[in-house]
Design a protein around this ligand. Structure first.
Ligand code: LMR
Length: 328
């Protein structure tokens, strides 16, 4: 990729993909759904693009398409299997059609913070998950962090009973549907790009997400407030098409893998901070944030945790025990 292209992109104010790759360069399209600033995934993807285009110039060229501009999460894995895109970083909740192992990441109150998630992912079990879908054509390259989820609605959510009877947008995940049902809510699976409009028009009453997504999509503008429940996590797997990956020359693949692992380490260690900044930005923009005292938090745990029982068979009691040991 020529630096003139970068300059042209800056001059035209473009923040998305840089379209032009040089002849002979391997084109790597990375499609994702979030914003690029103040977002752990957005920043990681941009850094990956920058480093590939600088360090692999002449060999490879990366084009990042953020904000669901190319595909949404329901489409992107199909597109990858068809060879239309080479990388994506969907949340772990979006792999339902490929594996049930990842359901452990959606279980409410399974991980106490993002460090616990990190430790679990770096265990032997976690690392093996990257190769759990190779038979289906997908290879995990890295886990990318976002952070802890919070709950919001068009009314104040102090106790779990406040969620009773409300419609909540969820990612298309059986665990998340069961979690909202456990609260007496009605789960409505929906693409990320449609959530703001659905909240605004009242198609749904509430949603759950991380601070960076609540800020990036401006959900706080169309909700009564955000309750800091920290009840679950959103994390990602950077994935690729296994055939495409294996078709690369070994030196290209190794260089790419090294860049990916360095970007992962650098950005994962900043993900908590990025979310805290997004939380501060929500408050600065006039959003209401509600914190839970110990009693209220215990009530949310009690309401949601029974969901684990429904999915033990999918995720394995040994894995639940391993996650809990990390929390301790
Ligand atoms: C969502 O759909 O709410 C999230 O998975 C979006 C994202 O990629 O963070």
């Amino acid at each position: 990729l020529l630096s003139a292209v970068a300059a042209a992109a800056v001059m035209s104010g473009a923040t998305g993909a840089m379209a032009a790759c040089d002849d002979g360069e391997i084109v790597i399209k990375l499609s994702h759904v979030t914003n690029t600033d103040r977002h752990p995934k957005g920043i990681a993807a941009s850094l990956l693009q920058e480093r590939v285009n600088e360090e692999m110039n002449g060999k490879a060229c990366m084009e990042v398409f953020p904000n669901s501009t190319l595909y949404n999460d329901d489409q992107v894995l199909e597109a990858m299997l068809n060879g239309d895109v080479q990388m994506a970083a969907p949340s772990l909740s979006k792999f339902e059609a490929f594996t049930k192992q990842f359901r452990i990441f959606d279980l409410p109150f399974m991980f106490k913070n993002i460090d616990a998630v990190d430790a679990f992912q770096n265990s032997e079990t976690g690392q093996a998950m990257k190769e759990s879908m190779t038979r289906r054509g997908l290879l995990g390259l890295a886990f990318w962090h976002n952070g802890m989820k919070q709950m919001s609605a068009n009314k104040a959510l102090n106790l779990p009973t406040d969620a009773n009877g409300l419609k909540f947008r969820v990612q298309n995940s059986e665990v998340l549907k069961a979690q909202m049902a456990a609260l007496g809510g009605s789960p409505q699976p929906m693409a990320f790009s449609e959530v703001y409009g659905a909240l605004q028009t009242g198609v749904v009453d509430g949603q759950e997400n991380t601070w960076s997504n609540i800020y990036g999509q401006k959900f706080f503008e169309v909700q009564d407030g955000i309750t800091e429940t920290n009840h679950g996590i959103i994390d990602y797997m950077l994935v690729t098409n296994v055939d495409w990956w294996e078709s690369l020359d070994a030196d290209v693949r190794d260089q790419l893998a090294t860049i990916i692992s360095e970007v992962t380490e650098t950005r994962n260690s900043e993900s908590f901070k990025v979310n805290q900044e997004a939380k501060a930005a929500v408050i600065a923009a006039g959003g209401t944030v509600r914190e839970l005292d110990d009693t209220a938090r215990a009530a949310w745990v009690e309401a949601m945790k029974p969901v684990w029982e429904q999915f033990v068979g999918d995720v394995g009691q040994d894995n639940i025990d391993a996650a809990q040991a990390i929390n301790a």
